[in-house]
Design a protein around this ligand. Structure first.
Ligand code: ADP
Length: 287
């Protein structure tokens, strides 16, 4: 298809008095990973619930794969994959039976469940029950479940939250592979390192509004200082020089520092998404 996989125009949602999502618009191209970054209560889950057809937007429109999610909900839901915080695994069925059950639910024939389990590193636990799995293993099984229909659009809500590093890494690799296959991915997280590593673009969400939407590189270039920290061992002592790259004479200073005897390390220091978020919203991601 041409055109965006997700196209959102001016959506809003209020729970009684509380405006949870306030006039948000954006689009995601096939193969693109968009990171939705914001603190708890920012409106990320409410947005995903609207995008996946769990509740209609109170205003605005949402097209997924060129179809209106409210009018074409069933057709759209067959082509998307949704991994939400709520766990919906059957703890007393084996991993394989869980996936077979969901394949049936989708009316899918010939799904290679062994291959899916292999992709999430659970092939050797196929006949064990999620009841006996770690949190990371359950989440990997959830991801396998999400991929069962080879979705063209993936919605992942905090997919690595609270997981051990190995499981988190495995899930991040899978997300990249899915995007490389052409899936559009919308990923919510309050982990700015994850957002930075995975996302082609990030959207900052705060108090229901989209504060900014850009590539991590553009955000870092347009916010905060660019600097280089040089560590030099001088007469047995370590000294540090910080060269601000945007100041005049920076090139010469860097040459001198970098050419010094006893040079130990040179590190670039750039704004992180967390510091940019604070700069733009006045609050951190974990408050
Ligand atoms: P996030 O996913 O970014 O943590 P949410 O979309 O869950 O944010 O919540 C956005 C706002 O809407 C918060 O202020 C939250 O308290 C409120 N909210 C979320 N769900 C409900 C609900 N079912 N009833 C009332 N208020 C809600």
């Amino acid at each position: 298809m041409t055109g965006p996989a997700i196209d959102v125009k001016n959506i809003s949602y209020s729970y009684k008095e509380k405006k949870a999502v306030d006039d948000i618009s954006f689009s995601v191209a096939p193969g693109e990973i968009l990171g939705f970054l914001g603190p708890n209560g920012a409106g990320k889950s409410t947005t995903i619930k609207m995008l996946t057809g769990q509740m209609p937007p109170q205003s605005g429109s949402i097209d997924i794969l060129g179809q209106d999610i409210t009018r074409e909900r069933t057709a759209v839901q067959g082509e998307i994959g949704v991994c939400f915080e709520e766990k919906n695994l059957y703890l007393n069925m084996s991993a394989r039976e869980n996936l077979a059950f969901f394949a049936d639910l989708f009316g899918l024939k010939g799904v290679d469940i062994t291959e899916l389990l292999r992709r999430v590193d659970l092939a050797d636990r196929a006949d064990d029950r999620p009841k006996d799995f770690s949190k990371g293993m359950r989440q990997r099984l959830m991801i396998a479940r999400t991929l069962i229909n080879t979705p063209k659009v993936l919605f992942l809500d905090e997919p690595t939250d609270g997981l051990d590093p190995a499981s988190a890494l495995a899930i991040r690799d899978l997300i990249k592979t899915e995007a490389a296959r052409g899936a559009a991915v919308l990923l919510t997280t309050h982990d700015m390192v994850e957002a930075d590593q995975l996302s082609d673009r990030v959207a900052f969400i705060n108090e229901g509004r989209m504060v900014t939407l850009d590539t991590p590189d553009n955000l870092k270039l347009s916010h905060g200082k660019r600097s280089v920290r040089v560590r030099i061992k001088d007469n047995g002592k370590v000294r540090e020089e910080v060269v601000e790259l945007d100041e005049s004479g920076a090139g010469d200073r860097l040459k001198t520092a970098g050419g010094a005897q006893g040079l130990m390390t040179i590190h670039t220091e750039e704004a992180t998404l967390e510091t940019i978020f604070i700069e733009l919203t006045g609050r951190g991601l974990h408050t």
